[in-house]
Design a protein around this ligand. Structure first.
Ligand SMILES: [Zn+2]
Length: 323
């Protein structure tokens, strides 16, 4: 069994997962009930011991998906409604409770990508990208069958690449980040802009409402998804020309908009690609259910680390020596 822990702003999910991706048992802890980091580790360790007893199987690894999770440093950024702030050495704290069990952490989008690689649509794929669309926009890159962490362990911040120069203010302190256009709040802002341009009183308060309106053939709602897809497709094209994935897997609540979002995204994507990349990269929705994804992704991190073949070292370059 591998333990998957997803640490979020509102709740923390813990589950035990078998190697073939079945969640044997799980529990949820409200983040606000946790007094601080030490308390969180105590509470989660109790949950893990209880679940382990329930399942009766040995624990082979613990994987954690968390905001700002850094694979190399073993740290995370404390969730905003937890009392202790700043960088938390989560892996070291878990190792004190579980000295014989390997513990890994990464950010939620990388965990989602690992979940797709180990249990989902990416099983047979070596190069793909998972884009998580919800309150934020996250991305996890699988390159040559391995998750891409980069030199600092933080690779894959597509949501904070600049989509519109000098555009909407982002909470990261900069302007025009993709996330401000293609995640929940950004879509709502676009909808209000469209309504104002069309002289219509806005009637939606969430991205979900906008989808419900689009289904009823509402003009501003459909225009909102068109603009959102255009922006997303252009950014995905830029990204795809760097890592050349075979698939782009979209995941999260926003993807429930289905073809209202996917169709303009694909059109804009193809339009912005180099000729040599066109009609070869598949954009699809994830097949993993959203309820299970967080635990599966985190558990997959531990499972992947335990079973993945290490990358072969690169062959030394052949130098064309003239001597
Ligand atoms: Zn930003």
């Amino acid at each position: 069994m591998f333990c998957g822990i997803d640490i979020g702003g509102t709740h923390i999910s813990v589950g035990l997962v078998s190697s073939d991706g079945n969640i044997a048992c799980s529990e949820m802890v409200q983040t606000r009930t946790v007094a601080g980091v030490e308390d969180m580790i105590d509470v989660l360790a109790d949950v893990i011991f209880r679940l382990k007893k329930q399942s009766g199987s040995p624990l082979k690894g613990i994987g954690i998906g968390a905001p700002g999770g850094n694979y190399y440093e073993g740290t995370m950024v404390s969730p905003s409604n937890m009392k202790i702030k700043g960088i938390v050495p989560v892996v070291a704290l878990f190792k004190k409770k579980f000295p014989d069990v390997p513990v890994y952490i990464t950010n939620d989008a990388n965990a989602a990508a690992t979940g797709e690689k180990v249990y989902g649509a990416g099983k047979e794929l070596t190069d793909f990208v998972v884009i998580t669309l919800g309150t934020g926009l996250g991305s996890g890159f699988i390159v040559n069958g391995q998750i891409m962490y980069g030199a600092n362990g933080m690779a894959g911040e597509l949501g904070h690449t600049i989509a519109v120069e000098g555009g909407r203010q982002c909470k990261c302190g900069r302007r025009g980040c993709l996330e401000r256009y293609v995640a929940a709040e950004g879509i709502l802002i676009t909808y209000r802009e469209v309504c104002s341009e069309m002289g219509v009183v806005p009637s939606a308060n969430t991205a979900e409402d906008i989808y419900s309106l689009a289904v009823k053939d509402d003009g501003p709602a459909k225009e909102t998804f068109l603009r959102t897809g255009n922006t997303l497709g252009a950014s995905l094209a830029t990204m795809a020309m760097i890592t050349a994935p075979s698939h782009i897997i979209l995941f999260g609540g926003i993807t429930n908009a289905g073809e209202y979002l996917l169709s303009p995204t694909r059109n804009s994507f193809e339009e912005h690609l180099l000729e040599s990349f066109r009609n070869s990269i598949i954009i699809q929705r994830s097949a993993i259910s959203e309820d299970n994804a967080a635990i599966l992704g985190a558990a997959a991190l531990a499972c992947h680390a335990a079973t993945a073949q290490p990358l072969q070292p690169l062959q030394p370059l052949q130098h064309n020596s003239k001597t």
